[in-house]
Design a protein. Structure first.
Length: 103
């Protein structure tokens, strides 16, 4: 797992053709706005989160965010623990995100 600043995360994501964006917030939070292309997987729903995580392609690079960076850090560690090597946490989460969002 790597904690990336907003700038590092967005620059790396932009150049990565093997990327998947994961939003690990709740349904209500996701509906308030999200980063374009994000797949939502609520980490608070632990069993479902793990089940869906096991279906992810371990060859892809996962760019993970939440509200402020805490849950996404946990999600990255969980992804690492099930064999997904490349999980990148967005430090500061969507609260500090200056890029595009969909509301």
């Amino acid at each position: 797992m790597a904690d990336l600043t907003q700038q590092q995360w967005s620059e790396q994501l932009e150049k990565d053709e093997n990327s998947v964006i994961l939003d690990v917030r709740t349904d209500a939070e996701f509906e308030e706005g999200y980063i374009p292309g994000a797949i939502q997987m609520d980490i608070y729903n632990g069993a479902e989160f793990l089940q869906r995580a096991r279906q992810l392609d371990p060859q892809k690079n996962y760019y993970v965010y939440c509200r402020s960076g805490g849950r996404s850090g946990q999600a990255c560690m969980l992804l690492n623990s099930i064999g997904i090597k490349n999980a990148f946490n967005l430090k500061g989460g969507i609260m500090e995100w200056e890029g595009e969002t969909i509301n």
